[in-house]
Design a binder for this molecule. Structure first.
Ligand code: ATP
Ligand code: MG
Length: 452
């Protein structure tokens, strides 16, 4: 029986315009795969025999030549954008990442052949939805297998990123890798160095957001990709922790990531979960009683994560958050903390980072002991939220006086002004009742004398 993919009215109407001009339009790639699996996918890709300029001519003023060199045109149609790529086949790949040339072809068969995995090579006709499966993708979907199309070694030599994509789809769909595909990746994993950091990061982050990221990372480790992409994490493999932990550092990191996944925590919390103990091998000390300790692994870990995110060319925002979470993950809250101590903590971490930091600690704690009590962490979060909700002064800009006020009192502009502001903030963090212009002016003059 022929399987059909649902084609909505807009897509059918889009296809009709191509057909009237004597062309074909197919839905391809992830959208068809995910439809067959009953998964959501809003990323729709189309392929056609029409040449890019022919597509542009069909939709005058409604096209953006997004990747015209590769044959991709974005068509605006009924308020939506559709990426349409001309059937193509690729020439040889002498650099292991880009085809030397792209040839537009008139057959769907050659277009499907150049795709990476059997489960990514379906095409659905936009008139009747009938799915074309020339590479036995249905069988692999049923068996939950990621399998390269054709000779896996050849496919990975053409484009080394495909090895990482294989791990990404294994995670995303919770599939295994076909044996020959895994063997080829193991043989060629070193070629991943040919791939740009941006493309690696994109696949790695998608892997972390998948259904089974531990499976994806274990595949990366076994094939050797992990040693290239995250050597710092690979160094944690087999580093035993004697004491509270039941796993070595590497496995504890993966389990922490798995806990973050179970809670559906966001990407950067997952990145931090995976890397939170990455400095442990460098901070390892064996104590006289035989237990291990890792003093300073949080601070050094924060620096290492900063460097890793820089290497992956992550945005500043993502890099700073991941690094901060790792640096601050060892806080030791007890209900004896004073309000001032709680406010100082919020000030150091930043109000907006409290939630992800608590999430990281929950994942970390549950990785050590899935049935551990989390009351302390909840109570801490509640207390911090309470302080933030009351809008207590937490930074210099929340003070009832500013630099100009202090200069009007005679305190000179320059480093002294900053020191005095910090000193009065310290006092206000302990006692918010001090935050009035009169009290703070007096206090500022006293602090100035003390500090001069
Ligand atoms: P997602 O739902 O995560 O977007 P996807 O399968 O659509 O998954 P994309 O990266 O968007 O993945 O790629 C779209 C399609 O293009 C793939 O399904 C595959 O057919 C093809 N493709 C993408 N990258 C490659 C590659 N490096 N080599 C060969 N084919 C590729
Ligand atoms: Mg896609």
């Amino acid at each position: 029986m022929k399987r059909k993919c649902h084609i909505d009215d807009n897509v059918r109407a889009l296809g009709e315009i191509f057909r009237q001009a004597g062309h074909e339009l197919y839905l391809v790639g992830g959208a068809v795969r995910d439809w067959l699996l009953g998964l959501e996918n809003d990323d729709w890709d189309f392929t056609t025999d029409a040449l890019p300029e022919e597509v542009m001519a069909l939709f005058p003023r409604r096209c953006i030549p997004t990747g015209i060199g590769h044959g991709t045109v974005t068509v605006r149609f009924r308020g939506r954008s559709y990426e349409v790529t001309t059937f193509r086949s690729e020439g040889s790949y002498s650099d292991g990442r880009h085809p030397d040339s792209v040839t537009f072809v008139r057959s769907l068969e050659s277009d499907l052949e150049r795709r990476d995995f059997t489960i990514n090579a379906f095409a659905a006709n936009t008139s009747d939805g009938i799915i074309i499966d020339l590479h036995n993708g249905m069988r692999d979907l049923k068996d939950h297998v990621v399998r390269a199309i054709g000779d896996p070694e050849e496919r990975f030599r053409e484009d080394a990123l495909r090895m990482l994509r294989a791990c990404r789809f294994a995670s995303r769909l919770d599939f295994t890798l076909d044996e020959a595909t895994e063997a080829a990746a193991t043989k060629l994993s070193g070629n991943i160095r040919l791939i740009s950091a941006e493309r690696i990061r994109e696949e790695l982050f998608k892997l972390l957001m998948g259904r089974n990221p531990v499976r994806g990372l274990e595949l990366m480790r076994r094939t050797g990709l992990l040693a290239h992409v995250l050597p710092e994490l690979m160094d944690c493999y087999g580093v035993e922790q004697v004491g509270r932990h039941h796993e070595d550092v590497y496995h504890h990191c993966l389990t922490t990531l798995e806990m973050a996944r179970r809670h559906s925590y966001p990407l950067i919390v997952r990145v931090a979960a995976l890397l939170h103990d990455v400095a442990k091998p460098r901070c390892l000390k064996v104590e006289t009683d035989g237990t291990t300790s890792f003093h300073g692994h949080d601070r050094l870990g924060g620096e290492m994560v900063d460097a890793i995110m820089r290497r992956l060319k992550s945005s500043n925002e993502e890099r700073e958050l991941a690094s901060l979470l790792v640096r601050e993950h060892m806080f030791n809250y007890t209900d004896e903390w004073s309000d001032g101590a709680v406010r100082r903590f919020i000030r150091r971490v930043g109000a907006q980072n409290i939630e992800p930091l608590i999430q990281l600690r929950i994942a970390d704690a549950q990785a050590m002991d899935p049935s551990c009590r989390l009351d302390g962490l909840w109570a801490f979060e509640e207390r911090m939220k309470g302080e933030i909700g009351r809008k207590v002064p937490l930074s210099v800009k929340d003070l009832a006086v500013d630099g100009n006020d202090l200069m009007a009192l005679g305190i000179p502009r320059g480093p002294m002004l900053g020191k005095v502001l910090s000193a009065i903030l310290e006092a206000v963090l302990d006692d918010e009742g001090l935050n009035s212009p009169e009290v703070l002016s007096d206090l500022a003059l006293r602090k100035w004398k003390e500090l001069s």
